[in-house]
Design a protein around this ligand. Sequence first.
Ligand SMILES: Cc1cc2nc3c(=O)[nH]c(=O)nc-3n(C[C@H](O)[C@H](O)[C@H](O)COP(=O)(O)OP(=O)(O)OC[C@H]3O[C@@H](n4cnc5c(N)ncnc54)[C@H](O)[C@@H]3O)c2cc1C
Length: 466
Amino acid sequence: MGRCLQSLGKRGIMIETERIRFLNSQDIKDRPYVVYWMQSAQRVEYNHALIYAINEANRLKKDLLVYLGITDSYPEANLRHYRFMLEGINEVKSRLETLGIRMIVCRCSPEEGMIVLSKKAALAVVDMGYMKHERAWRSRCASLIDSRFAQIETNVIVPVETASVKEEYSAATLRRKLDKIKDPFIVLPEEEDYLGAYVSKELIPEFDISDIDSALSKLEIDHSVGAVDEFKGGTAKAKELLDYFLEESFLYYSSKRNDPSYDYCSNLSPYLHFGQISPIYVYIRALNYETADPDFSDSRKSFLEELFVRRELAINFVYYNPLYDSYECLPDWAKKTLAKHSADLRPYIYSKEDLERGLTHDEYWNAAQLQMVKNGKMHGYMRMYWGKKVLEWRPSPMDAYNTLLYLNNKYELDGRDPNGFAGVAWCFGKHDRPWGERDVFGNVRYMVYSGLKRKFSMEKYLDKVK
Ligand SMILES: Cc1cc2nc3c(=O)[nH]c(=O)nc-3n(C[C@H](O)[C@H](O)[C@H](O)COP(=O)(O)OP(=O)(O)OC[C@H]3O[C@@H](n4cnc5c(N)ncnc54)[C@H](O)[C@@H]3O)c2cc1C
């Protein structure tokens, strides 16, 4: 497929047309400003939606307003997630200020604020979200906004519908498609200066987030899951972590990333989740990173596979499978084999509360749970083991499924993400193939304690978590 570009702005800024979708059939109106509703891409850098909005504002000679709505009832979010997000938003707000762009942050259901602001908008712009509630918000706006409403896809390398028109069976099937079309999308959008100056002042009541503790204390959210010291939100921090990863860990990524006693992963997932860093930027930095070590190409290949194919497979899953947040999303072979073995004797059964508190007989599992509860991020390899064991230790596979989603989305800073739904589903056979049959798991792949003990220095992991 050839590169398909839309030329915008006076410097001829290019954004691929595949990233642009008009969500209604309204015209641009003669009104004071262009409004960009920043929802899933909470960054200034390499944000196609922001660039599109800047260019349109310049072209139409209108003001530009960036809007972000903070709701007290974002699905499954708690203080931990809100703090990380607000740290990032404060950074965005001050970066936009230096560009002469006003950002207003409101405490309201995000789509409600957008509907109000769109009444004076010549053009309304939003980034793309893949989860049910994000899509429902956009649909509601599309039916109520009476000026043109453009959605720009910026949080993936290849736009989801361009990558595939259906739910993919596995990484292999998606990879084949992505390999054929990816190259034209691995390009950073050119950024352009905003030429206007936002003048109108009063619009809708703003929510002051300059003092994050004070803002958090006002929000009626779940305060029981505390913020984490380990990760601070924002693009600057994400880029710092990326630099560190490239310099210190990247070389060992393929050989050591699975060893929980080390930390050779990028730790970028919370930042990617909140859209605080562009996946295209991360991809290009990793692609272009040079080292003299001959074994390095394996690491580069593995990292790009995770960042691109696996991550976009998860997005393909939630986008095309409306049951992504329930047990029903599993492939038929997996549901069948798990049903056949649902009455098998479980070696241990733990209550949801005991699991949440990390009170099992398995110290590796408990450590993984503790790592997630305390640090907000479990090691990637341990997530697989953690999930497989819950399948083994809950009374039914469906119960295990719901328990895992609950724990994952409550404690992981990167939780409530397509990757989390795909990761949990993977533990039950999604995107995998049938293996040899055994108790409880049937043909679903299993993992064992002795495997961890044999392969890794698990004592070191226990010490690290403690
Ligand atoms: C049970 C279970 C639950 C999971 N829950 C989440 C979750 O809530 N949020 C989340 O972002 N990831 C989740 N994952 C996927 C994966 O474990 C994490 O993305 C990864 O550990 C994040 O750490 P990192 O950024 O250091 O990863 P790196 O190894 O440095 O990888 C770089 C990026 O690639 C992507 N990536 C890596 N592994 C995967 C994968 N297996 N599937 C999809 N994308 C991947 C992520 O965006 C990640 O940030 C889950 C996996 C399992 C098995």
